[in-house]
Design a protein around this ligand. Structure first.
Ligand SMILES: Nc1ncnc2c1ncn2[C@@H]1O[C@H](COP(=O)(O)OP(=O)(O)O)[C@@H](O)[C@H]1O
Ligand SMILES: [Mg+2]
Length: 324
């Protein structure tokens, strides 16, 4: 029987359009693989649609209508990046409705979405991160920092609100800009190193493995513009020595396991003279065919359509491992 997959895209944050692109690509791959697909879209205002059809005029009523689509689905594929999606919100919806879903559960999504919490977990399992300080947007005006730092919102993505600050005036602007995206901000030391991403996939049998890492060649910060205007250059596989590849892959798997990720996660590092420094964990990374994750798996011999189908095959009902 044809399996029905509800692919959820859009969402209520700055990455709305990026999520729509991921959802469109995933839905296309599933349709060509013979699956029945329902396209659910969360508007910027939180109102759900099914394709072009409005499901209501307010968030709650439209979600009630979307639930009947989810009820008929065999699997939900949440393709919403960022807050109120990737942060575990959609995993919670699947847990409460007992619906198998692709990707990480609420805990892994929530911790991965929080760059401060991610840092604490990483350091606890022996993975280095950039020294950094957490400040609230409210106190940021009164706090003194040294300069040559990177300022970023704790929970955002696609480089929105991320900036380098070399002097006090740039720092003020960077803090103000980052505060548009979150009221918790991170001020980090600048890490000097190559930017290397590692993608980890957890298969239906629970086995998880990392694809060959990818290197991003960005001029300075890998910013929003270079992420989406096609100017970023990637090397896949990254040109790495055996020891560096092994260290990056081991750190990625350790982080995947520490958070209890599922489906696919992209774990981003700087490779420094002293080894890998973790930058961040993405539990719902960009998933168009041109995005980093599919490009890494393609090099591992897993083409885009197959990757998407493997993710659906590995879907589980999120929730506590033991149901007493
Ligand atoms: N501490 C840092 N040192 C140097 N560059 C950084 C640092 N933090 C972030 N960057 C740069 O900024 C980009 C975006 O930051 P990141 O934390 O990955 O945010 P996002 O979640 O929006 O992708 C990174 O890809 C990297 O190029
Ligand atoms: Mg990033």
């Amino acid at each position: 029987m044809t399996q029905r997959i509800a692919v959820i895209g859009g969402g209520e944050n700055a990455e709305h359009d990026v999520s729509l692109a991921t959802a469109r690509a995933v839905a296309g791959a599933l349709r060509s693989g013979g699956f029945g697909v329902d396209d659910l879209i969360i508007g910027r205002d939180g109102v759900w649609r099914r394709g072009a059809d409005a499901l209501g005029s307010r968030a709650a009523g439209s979600l009630a209508a979307a639930l009947s689509v989810i009820e008929r689905a065999d699997v939900v594929f949440p393709a919403v990046h960022g807050p109120s999606g990737e942060d575990g919100t959609l995993a919670a919806l699947c847990a409460l409705t007992h619906t198998p879903m692709v990707g990480s559960d609420l805990r892994a999504g929530a911790i991965g979405m929080d760059k401060w919490a991610t840092k604490l977990v990483a350091e606890a399992v022996g993975i280095h991160t950039a020294p950094g300080r957490l400040v609230t947007a409210a106190e940021s005006a009164d706090v003194e920092f040294k300069t040559d730092v990177v300022v970023k919102p704790v929970s955002a993505g696609s480089s929105f609100g991320v900036a380098l600050a070399h002097d006090a005036s740039q720092l003020r602007d960077a803090l103000r800009d980052a505060a548009r995206f979150d009221d918790r901000l991170l001020v980090e030391d600048v890490v000097t190193g190559r930017e290397i991403d590692v993608a980890v996939l957890r298969e239906a049998d629970g086995r998880r493995w990392a694809a060959p890492p990818l290197e991003i060649h960005a001029d300075g910060l890998f910013d929003t513009r270079s992420k989406y205007d096609g100017s970023a250059r990637f090397s896949v596989p990254a040109d790495l020595g055996d020891a560096d590849r092994a260290a990056l892959t081991a750190a990625a798997l350790r982080m995947f396991d520490a958070l209890g990720c599922a489906g696919v996660a992209r774990i981003d590092f700087f490779l420094t003279d002293h080894g890998p420094v973790l930058n961040e964990v993405n539990t719902m990374p960009g998933m168009t065919a041109e995005s980093q994750v599919p490009r890494m798996f393609a090099v591992a011999g897993l083409p885009y359509e197959h990757l998407v189908v493997r993710l659906v095959a590995a879907a589980t009902v999120p929730g506590p491992p033991t149901r007493a």
